[in-house]
Design a protein around this ligand. Structure first.
Ligand SMILES: [Zn+2]
Length: 278
C-alpha cells in the first residue's frame, strides 16, 4: 500500500510582499481565505507566520489567535502549524503564541546563514521553545537546514525534550545554507531513518524554482511535501503563482504522477499522531 502524501501549504512566510506577488496573503482575513482555497485543493497542514499592517513580520499572539480561530471555523480538521522562525522577532517573543496550542509548530534546532544574515538559534532558546511545545502539547516540525540539525533533534528526542517521534523537514535551496543536492537529500533520508526509525515521517521544502524539484523528490521517495507562497512565488520563470491553491494543485499533480494518494486531514492527523477533531 502506498503511503498517502501530506501536503503542507506555507501561506505567507516573513519575506515575500504584495509587491513581489499580489497573491501573498498578509492580513489575517486574506490568510484565512487563501488557506481555505489551499485546503480545498488538498493541503492538510497550514504553516503560518503573521504580518503587521505594513507587511513586516509580526509575532503578535493576538494575530495568531485570530488566524487560528478563522482556520478552525473555515477549514475544520486542517492541521495548524505556527512558525517560531527567527524573522518575526527575537528571543522568547518567537514562541509567544505557543500557549494558543496550535497542533504543530516549526522548531529550528541549530543556527546557519540565511541570504543576508545569520539565522540565530542559540541552544537555550531552542530548549525553551521545545519545552513550551511540550507543555502545550504541540508537535514540533524540526526544520533541518543542515545535517547537524537532524543529529541535534535526535539528541533532544533521546533526552526527552521532544515528545513522541518528531517530524523532520529538510529545507534546501536557501542561499548560504544547504543547496539542493540529491546526494545530500538521500543521505538526509537515510540518516533520519537510522536515528529515528524506518517509519519516521519526513518532509521537504525547496526554495524558489527548487520548490517543484523538492516536491518531486519527496513525493517519489515516500516523504511528504511542502509548497506555498512563503517559499516560492512563481509557477515558472515567467508566471507568478496566482494563489497558494495553485501551488497546492501542482503538488497534487506530482502525487498523481507518482501514484501517491493525497492524505485527507483525518489521515494526516493519524499519521502524525495528532489529536482527532470532531
Ligand atoms: Zn515559515
Amino acid at each position: 500500500m502506498t503511503t498517502p502524501c501530506i501536503i503542507c501549504v506555507a501561506i505567507t512566510g516573513s519575506v515575500p510582499t504584495k509587491a513581489d506577488n499580489p497573491a501573498v496573503p498578509t492580513s489575517v482575513s486574506e490568510q484565512i481565505e487563501s488557506t481555505h482555497e489551499a485546503f480545498e485543493a488538498g493541503a492538510t497542514i497550514m504553516h503560518a507566520h503573521v504580518r503587521n499592517e505594513d507587511e513586516t513580520p509580526s509575532s503578535d499572539p493576538e494575530k495568531f489567535a485570530q488566524l487560528k480561530e478563522g482556520i478552525e471555523k473555515h477549514c475544520p480538521g486542517m492541521i495548524i502549524q505556527f512558525s517560531t522562525g527567527g524573522r518575526s522577532g527575537a528571543g522568547k517573543t518567537r514562541g509567544g503564541m505557543l500557549p494558543l496550542g496550535p497542533d504543530m509548530a516549526s522548531l529550528s534546532v541549530g543556527s546557519n546563514n540565511f541570504p543576508t544574515r545569520v539565522y540565530e538559534n542559540p541552544p537555550d532558546l531552542v530548549a525553551w521553545l521545545a519545552s513550551e511545545m511540550k507543555a502545550h502539547d504541540i508537535k514540533p516540525e524540526i526544520e533541518a537546514f543542515d545535517l547537524s540539525h537532524i543529529f541535534r533533534a535526535a539528541a533532544m528526542h533521546q533526552a526527552g525534550e521532544i515528545a513522541e517521534t518528531p517530524y523532520v523537514q529538510f529545507v534546501m535551496g536557501v542561499k548560504n545554507a544547504m543547496p539542493v543536492d540529491r546526494e545530500v537529500f538521500d543521505f538526509y533520508i537515510h540518516t533520519v531513518k537510522r536515528l529515528f526509525g524506518e517509519d519516521t515521517l519526513w518532509c521537504a521544502a525547496g526554495i524558489g524554482p527548487n520548490q517543484i524539484v523538492l516536491n518531486d523528490w519527496a513525493i517519489s521517495a515516500g516523504g511528504h511535501a511542502r509548497t506555498g507562497l512563503e517559499d516560492n512565488i512563481r509557477l515558472d520563470r515567467n508566471t507568478l503563482a496566482p494563489s497558494n491553491a495553485a501551488l497546492v494543485k501542482r503538488a497534487v499533480e506530482i502525487c498523481e504522477k507518482h501514484e501517491r494518494p493525497v492524505a485527507t486531514w483525518q489521515q494526516a492527523r493519524e499519521m502524525l499522531g495528532l489529536r482527532k477533531v470532531a
